[in-house]
Design a protein around this ligand. Structure first.
Ligand SMILES: [Zn+2]
Length: 202
């Protein structure tokens, strides 16, 4: 049972304090026309002033922002639940029999419903790229290899990570095996590929 007024918007107040708690009230703020110095000062003091070409003093603050996004996989759910069980699931069109290596519950060619099928846990490199930059979640892992995987019996391909080899080891047609996270997070990163035994030629 909640006490009336117990919330008082307290969480809001707390959030608004934001930053890293480093923003000392009376501390002299860093004042600079170099933005890299502003960034540095934000990390240290939580605030800084950027003086632009016109002499305007722009106050910058370090303001962590977090969004908890409740996402539903809806009809794609069996794909992600499959990854947690060490299964790769594609779909096959009931009408034209086109087989997708990705979760697609209606056929893009004939519009018929597609049913879940298990894909082989081995495939081949169709194409690949090496990423020297990535989104925040992957930045620490750069450079890393992305691969487009072909499967026996599937008409389309799957984009995934290729681990366990260097960029120089990769070639079109390279045999691959699927690997699954021991502790699934129900994300596409729960699966990745590695070279099949003997696939690295050097
Ligand atoms: Zn179809």
């Amino acid at each position: 049972m909640s006490t009336p007024g117990s919330a008082k918007g307290a969480s809001g107040t707390k959030n608004n304090e934001g930053g890293k708690g480093k923003m000392g009230g009376k501390k002299e703020l860093k004042r600079t026309s170099k933005f890299t110095e502003v960034q540095e000062a934000l990390g240290k003091d939580g605030a800084a002033i950027f003086v632009d070409k016109k002499g305007t003093q722009n106050l910058y603050i370090d303001y962590p922002y977090h969004v908890n996004y409740i996402h539903s996989y809806a009809q794609d759910s069996p794909f992600f639940l499959g990854l947690a069980e060490g299964r790769l699931r594609g779909t096959r069109c009931e009408g034209c029999k086109y087989t997708y290596a990705t979760p697609r519950t209606y056929c893009q060619f004939c519009g018929e419903e597609a049913k879940w099928v298990d894909l082989p846990l081995v495939g081949k490199v169709h194409s690949w790229t090496t990423c020297h930059y990535g989104s925040e979640a992957f930045l620490k892992e750069t450079p890393y290899n992305l691969v487009i995987v072909e499967f026996e019996g599937a008409n389309s391909v799957l984009l995934s990570r290729l681990k366990g080899c260097t960029e120089q080891d990769i070639y079109v047609g390279m045999p691959l095996v699927a690997k699954f996270a021991a502790e699934p997070k129900y994300l596409i990163t729960d699966v990745w590929f590695e070279p099949a035994p003997g696939a690295v030629k050097r």
